[in-house]
Design a protein around this ligand. Structure first.
Ligand code: AQP
Length: 338
């Protein structure tokens, strides 16, 4: 039974693709916010495996990373007592709603999506229809749960906007059906860039492992990667134009410590990039250590993780079915006789 407080709380939905080991980009841009939000909102967090296959995946790796993804959510602080966690492919309503929404989404609007353009370039040998309709599936993920707020990194803002457009169009044609979702983007974590090319987003599927910091790599690896991070030829730790690499490291340091850019500039006044990079690497590793320890502990308990996965899928399926039935009724599908 839902209590009154549960009914009143606004709902959050978000997810990460198990397309690689999660990075500090995923952590600072999304998951860290998820943890904070779970006290004030009803939260639903998904491992979006169906999105991951828009790019070719090795099946055994995808399967392993899906369970790891769930373990990481918990290790990062998502509490199964407070939030629902599940795997997207366990709730068929995502694919079902996606089809209906596809029929209410314009080719032209999907053609404007920058992620599609970027990923088509990166995967020129596999520009599949799923890559193109990815935002429709994402709209289905969000709209199925009558989501109020979607915490994401800035790179996903355009996809939230199209989800809103699709929902508004559907509501306009068929009458009030979907809640119109709002994006929630934190300031510091909104775009963590690659350590090897700070003009690009840090991505878990980047072929160069030095470009990202994984939430669950070793302390030494993290420190080494930050030491090697590409920076300009100057030596002053300052947040200013033309210093993309240093700005990114300041952003990461600020997100982990809560210090402002001014504070960071003062802290490293008169010190070189070497000292700063060491501090950033050590801070990342220190802050992530409890997550890494908890992940190792959880990974040894598959039965527990599968229990959470199943319970989460059952709850999500119940909520999703309510919206899907409404949608099917609205578009005129004949109800299956009982
Ligand atoms: N570099 C980033 N900075 C801030 N936020 C980020 N996010 C991802 N990278 C950064 C946020 O993490 C959430 C989950 O992302 P996703 O896995 O669904 O897709 P993505 O944005 O395509 O992430 P990746 O790591 O770049 O995956 P691949 O390499 O598979 O494409 C989102 O909220 C996203 O904003």
């Amino acid at each position: 039974m839902e209590t009154n407080t549960e009914i009143k709380r606004k709902r959050i939905f978000s997810g990460v693709q198990p397309s690689g080991v999660l990075t500090i980009g995923n952590y600072l841009g999304a998951i860290k916010n998820w943890v904070t939000l779970q006290d004030d909102y009803e939260c639903i967090y998904c491992v979006v495996d169906m999105h991951a296959i828009t790019v070719r995946q090795t099946p055994a790796d995808l399967r392993r990373r899906t369970l790891e993804g769930l373990a990481l959510y918990i290790a990062c602080g998502i509490d199964p007592q407070k939030s629902t966690m599940f795997v997207q492919s366990h709730v068929p309503a995502h694919a079902e709603l996606s089809w209906v929404l596809s029929c209410n989404t314009m080719f032209g609007e999907l053609s404007r999506m920058t992620q599609f353009k970027d990923k088509s370039q990166k995967h020129a040998d596999n520009i599949n229809a799923g890559l193109f309709t990815y935002p429709v599936l994402m709209a289905a993920d969000i709209l199925l749960y009558q989501t109020d707020v979607v915490p994401v990194g800035i790179d996903q803002k355009q996809h939230i906007e199209i989800a809103r457009d699709i929902a508004e169009r559907f509501n306009g044609v068929y009458g009030d059906t979907f809640v119109i979702p709002e994006p929630y983007i934190s300031k510091t974590g909104m775009k963590i860039t690659s350590l090897t090319d700070p003009t690009k987003k840090m991505s878990k599927s980047d072929p160069n492992p030095n470009s990202y910091i994984q939430i669950i790599e070793t302390r030494d690896e993290t420190i080494k990667k930050v030491k090697r991070a590409v920076t300009d030829s100057g030596s002053e730790v300052k947040f200013e134009e033309g210093k993309d690499g240093i700005c990114n490291l300041m952003n990461i340091y600020s997100a982990f410590t809560g210090k402002s850019y001014d504070d960071i500039e003062k802290e490293f006044e008169g010190k070189g990039y070497g000292d700063f990079k060491l501090a950033v690497g050590e801070t990342c590793a220190d802050k992530l250590q409890p997550v890494r320890d908890e992940f190792a502990r959880l990974s040894a308990d598959k039965a527990y993780l599968e229990g959470i996965m199943k319970e989460g899928a059952d709850r999500a399926a119940y909520l999703a079915r309510k919206t899907l039935s409404k949608v099917y009724r609205k578009v005129g599908f004949y109800a299956k006789p009982q």
